[in-house]
Design a binder for this molecule. Structure first.
Ligand code: 26Q
Length: 841
């Protein structure tokens, strides 16, 4: 539908290739011009005046003024990509946890100051408008936020990378705490409209479900496969601009919304069931209704599989449509010009879907189609927990995606043949490596489909990538060692330092200039200033102000008073047993016991902040939230404790909350059982903002410690190797007996000190600690955790030395920019050339 060559303006619309931007006016970036645009939208488009008392409208007016300025750069970038006819990467992800867009757009466009002044002159503080923007919470946690940081870095590096995801009507649920328990509320983030997106109905795709396959002879006499009697759903794209940092590039995040086709179910319609027939349209629209709120795979939910296929099919069709527009229906150059990066196994059905499209829709043979598939797909793994590996019942595939099941069977058959050639007679290996897991209910192992279908497989931190090779994917590593690589995660310093910490940005800019905003390694130049007492004083002042802002948030959302002179000790992330929020709370109980015993000589007052969401069906995680809240209640209301210790559980942890939390944190808790956290990315955001880490040798903690040095990191706990060894003889009872502090903590918990009116409430928690099969080995690391915490407290007492470490943490955080991560993906996997956008005007 895109081409309408009969229209009189067709040549204006379709002047490809080598388009120019002559007809697009350039909008001014001065404070007056931004102010003028703002007034135009506020008065003329939104039709409001000085009597408007809802902050929503001035926010939308400002967003529209900024969006106009993104739009012209967006077009010039996309035209430059077309003209260059360059290779592109499609980043396929079920989650993009974008957070807010306004402040980030201003920063990257370079108009923060102009906007501040332009609006100030109109009597408006734009930061107050920015607070009105809802978070785009289209993700669970690390994996989704990583995708968002990747988008920012690719635009900054001017790489032609496009994000493909789902436009969930309801994002991550809003968490409230009632009587210490997590409650979930729907997050209807689109209710008031979303000014940053652009609907593109002209690129609508059709996605098939259900039906069956038929083999018929085609016009050329060969057999063709037809997938028929399907229930189709439309995929309508919504594009969000992704601006690079002050470079004129604006990339695209394309999110698909499902919509019903205009066809009726004729059977029902003719039977007179008009209303039922229209009602059936709901099923189509349901596909993109809600984000699944669990961050380890929940097996078997049909709607989730529908979502995954919907994303994969719509995105591939879109890329192929674009390719055919540019190159005709010849696929010879397709693999050299396209790459698909799979963000975990969630979009992995794309492997089979690309095969289907190339064979059934474009007539390629198996071998050609497989060669293209295997040289365009690349897979990133984000987990080491075997139980989190995605599996789907064959039966479900048979019903929902019969043609894709046939293709997966064929991929598997050919793959197993290859294995039998390599390892003749090794039937156990065949069974282990098969994409189909046999058993009561046969299942499709999505990770294996991804491994077989991709030319690259990467983990997200060095330890994680090594453990994948030794453990989870060992057989595959033996077969294809060359496929495996590591890409240590990062975070974008634009959002996670420059934008969220204006105080520190100012100090850094004054000291070493602004270069670090697009080249984080430059922060190293701060290192010598760690020795400068005057600089340390300034550094401390900024941290202090940030702590006050964080204290304000805690007061407002938890009703608990944090004193900015205390040590701010923070753990924010999803609630999971492997992340061991429980260990954190055991330390809190230990501190409480010490206070009660009067053991408070040279005490360092602490404010412990814990936040994060539990998957709604994860009972143990929810019970841990309840325990944290109950302990907080007792501690905060005990007059003996006073200012020595405060504990708060921050409800509804999200991107915009982290933007206040990480600048105000002294001590970052990264305390997972070694070998369980693939990488972690919160750890990096805290480091950039000058927090010290207390952590295990897990995920990217190892690399953080390598960069900053042993002296500025509080290490504790078993190594991943020790964790594995210890399992065989783990005896938590003996550990508890041997450590009087742990004994005392267990005693307080078990005698119901924190659940006076609800005996046995926390029994399952204390039992898990005493269980010799406790996979997270909480008791095993308790003693060394307490020792590390004591060391941290002692270090905090030496203000100058702590500040020195804080500065060095920021200074040595250069490696953890997603700019570095994206450069590595590009050098090793994608091989894209940066493209400079066409000049404006
Ligand atoms: C799968 C199937 C069905 C329903 C849900 C899911 C699902 C959804 C989200 C499974 C996993 C996730 C998210 C995983 C995640 O966030 N992993 C984290 O990824 C980060 C970025 O690489 C790492 O830093 C973290 O260590 C890792 O836990």
């Amino acid at each position: 539908m895109r081409h309408n060559d009969d229209a009189p303006f067709a040549s204006f619309l379709h002047s490809r290739p080598n388009q120019k931007l002559t007809d697009i006016p350039v909008l001014g970036m001065s404070s007056t011009q931004v102010g003028k645009s703002f007034k135009h939208y506020f008065n003329n488009t939104l039709g409001r005046d000085r009597n408007c008392d809802k902050v929503h409208y001035p926010y939308v007016a400002l967003a529209m003024a900024i969006r106009d300025r993104l739009m012209e750069r967006w077009k010039s970038t996309q035209m430059a990509y077309d003209n260059a006819d360059c290779k592109r990467t499609s980043y396929l992800s079920m989650e993009f946890l974008m957070g807010r867009a306004l402040s980030n757009s201003l920063l990257n466009l370079g108009i923060t100051d102009a906007t501040t002044k332009g609006l100030y002159d109109l009597g408006i503080l734009w930061e107050e408008l920015a607070e009105n923007e809802p978070d785009a919470g289209l993700g669970n946690g690390g994996l989704g936020r990583l995708a968002a940081c990747f988008m920012d870095s690719c635009a900054t590096l001017q790489l032609p990378v496009k994000g493909f995801g789902i436009r969930y009507e309801y994002g991550m649920f809003r968490q409230t705490i009632v009587d210490g328990n997590q409650m979930e509320e729907p997050d209807h983030w689109l209710r008031d409209g979303y000014p940053w997106e652009l609907e593109r109905p002209e690129y609508t795709q059709r996605v098939q479900f259900g039906g069956h396959t038929e083999y018929r002879r085609g016009s050329d006499g060969s057999f063709k496969v037809f997938w028929v009697d399907t229930h189709d759903v439309l995929a309508v794209p919504y594009d969000t601009p992704i601006p690079g940092y002050r470079n004129g590039t604006v990339n695209t995040l394309r999110l698909w919304k499902s919509a019903a086709t205009d066809e009726f179910d004729l059977g029902e319609f003719n039977a007179g069931s008009y209303a039922e027939s229209v009602g059936a349209k709901n099923a189509a629209e349901n596909i993109t209704m809600v984000l699944y709120p669990n961050d380890s795979s929940e097996n078997g939910k049909e709607l989730r599989l529908r979502q995954q296929y919907f994303l994969a099919s719509a995105s591939l069709k879109d890329v192929i449509r674009d390719w055919c527009d540019r190159s005709g229906q010849l696929f010879d150059g397709f693999a050299a010009s396209n790459c698909f990066q799979l963000n975990d196994t969630h979009p992995t059905i794309a492997v089979a879907e690309l095969m289907r499209l190339l064979m059934d829709e474009y007539g390629l043979g198996w071998d050609k189609a497989w060669e293209i598939t295997q040289s365009t797909m690349a897979y990133t793994n984000h987990t080491l927990l075997p139980e989190a590996l995605e599996k789907w019942p064959v039966r479900l595939f048979q019903q929902l995606l019969p043609r894709l099941l046939e293709i997966i069977y064929e991929i598997n058959a050919r793959f197993l043949r290859q294995i039998s050639c390599y390892w003749p007679g090794d039937n156990d290996r065949l069974r282990r490596m098969s994409i189909i897991e046999e058993g009561g209910e046969p299942q499709i192992r999505m990770a294996y489909l991804a491994l077989v279908g991709s030319f690259s497989v990467n983990g997200v931190a060095q330890l994680h990538s090594n453990l994948l090779k030794e453990g989870l994917f060992r057989d595959f590593y033996e077969l294809w060692p060359e496929k495996f690589n590591n890409k240590t995660n990062g975070a974008t310093q634009r959002r996670w330092l420059a934008s969220c910490n204006p105080g520190l940005r100012g100090v850094i800019n004054k000291t070493i200039g602004e270069g670090w905003i697009s080249d984080l390694e430059q922060l190293r130049q701060l290192a010598p200033y760690a020795e400068d007492a005057k600089f340390r004083k300034i550094w401390r002042k900024v941290k202090q102000e940030n702590k006050q802002k964080l204290a304000q948030l805690v007061k407002q959302d938890c009703g608990i008073k944090f004193d900015a002179n205390a040590m701010f000790d923070v753990q924010v992330k999803r609630i999971h047993e492997y992340k061991r929020q429980l260990l954190n709370i055991l330390h809190v109980v230990h501190l409480y016991a010490r206070i009660k015993a009067g053991d408070t000589a040279e005490w360092i007052p602490r404010c412990v902040l814990i936040g994060g969401k539990a998957a709604p069906g994860y009972a143990m995680a929810k019970l841990i939230i309840k325990l944290i809240n109950n302990v907080a209640d007792v501690v905060n209301n005990d007059p003996d404790v006073g200012e020595l210790l405060k504990v708060a559980f921050l409800p509804n942890y999200r991107v915009s909350a982290m933007e206040v939390i990480c600048p105000g944190t002294d001590l970052s808790e990264q305390i997972s059982t070694a070998g369980k956290e693939a990488s972690g990315t919160g750890n990096m955001k805290f480091m950039m903002n000058g927090a010290l880490t207390i952590g295990t040798l897990d995920g990217a903690n190892i690399e953080i410690r390598e960069e900053v040095g042993d002296d500025h990191f509080f290490l504790f706990g078993m190594t991943a190797e020790e964790v594995m060894d210890r399992r065989t003889y783990y005896n938590p009872e003996a550990v508890i007996k041997g450590d009087p502090d742990l004994r005392q903590v267990m005693n307080l918990l078990e005698k119901g000190h924190f659940n006076q009116f609800f005996p046995r409430l926390f029994d399952s928690i204390t039992q898990s600690i005493r269980n010799p099969h406790d996979p997270w080995m909480v008791a095993a690391d308790f003693t060394s955790y307490i020792a590390a915490q004591n060391k941290a407290a002692k270090a905090y007492r030496d203000v100058e030395s702590w500040t020195r470490s804080s500065i060095l943490n920021t200074a040595m955080s250069g490696k953890f920019s997603t700019d570095r991560t994206m450069r590595e993906y590009n050098e090793d996997i994608w091989h894209l050339e940066p493209v400079v956008p066409l000049p404006l005007g």
